[in-house]
Unconditional design. Sequence first.
Length: 169
Amino acid sequence: MPARNSLTTRQLLFIGIGLGILALDQFLKEFFLQTLKPGQPIDFLGSIIRFTLVFNDGAAFSLGSGQTWIFTVISSLAAVALVGYSLRSKSISWSIMGGFLLGGILGNLIDRLFRPPSFGVGHVIDYIQIPFNFPIFNIADMAIVTICSLSVIRIMLGHEIGKETPKKS
């Protein structure tokens, strides 16, 4: 019986975190669409963080500009693969990470599907600007990049994707 409960717990964490990140991302995008004018930054925490509204037709951090349809297809496939992964994961920590990643992928996918200029090639709403000429990004980008980075670190440390980390004796 515990295996069934932990499977349900893992799936609920995956779905709950994914939906939470998605909701936060879409809420903030709508807020900044209503609050900001494109290209006119508003300082937050001095000039350390600025909010600047831009419309991104590329991938995270404006990479691959003009290739929105490719990222729409890739994001759709990644979201489906992640849901399948959530059914096989044996690890709560990997399920949590998967939820963050799913929320980030879906946040930007919704923009690509439903925002102008048209279905499947919509521009992603970005609004967080930091110093050092770093590209402007959003919450979904943060979730994607953070979880991909943590995944690489965990894999380099010998953790198997989706499996519990063996306890050291």
